[in-house]
Design a protein. Structure first.
Length: 104
């Protein structure tokens, strides 16, 4: 059985403040790794197309319908990701762009 550390004066290692800047409004100004999302959306698109076709060929219309609905959702997500990428660095900030300022 592992022993836990019970020293009340022990402080766990926290990231350096420069690496962990929080403004308090992260849900509104959250940033997303768009290239990763694009890759995952393309992967999901391939599998939903494959699933729809496979279930249609297997005469499983309800499963094909479910995959078709997921195909639609994945396609909409893919278009939104591409739109955000094309809108530029405001929607895809790099390390050189500071966190957004809270609206006043």
């Amino acid at each position: 059985m592992a022993r836990t550390h019970t020293n009340p004066h022990h402080t766990p290692h926290l990231p350096h403040p420069a690496h962990f800047v929080r403004t308090g409004d992260e849900p509104v100004t959250a940033r997303s790794p768009l290239r990763l999302r694009l890759g995952l959306a393309l992967f999901g698109l391939a599998w939903t197309v494959f699933g729809t076709v496979a279930f249609l060929l297997a005469h499983r219309p309800w499963w094909a319908l479910a995959c078709g609905i997921l195909w639609l959702i994945t396609t909409v997500d893919l278009f939104m990701i591409v739109r955000h990428i094309r809108q530029g660095p405001h929607y895809q900030p790099g390390r050189d762009i500071p966190p957004y300022r809270r609206p006043r």
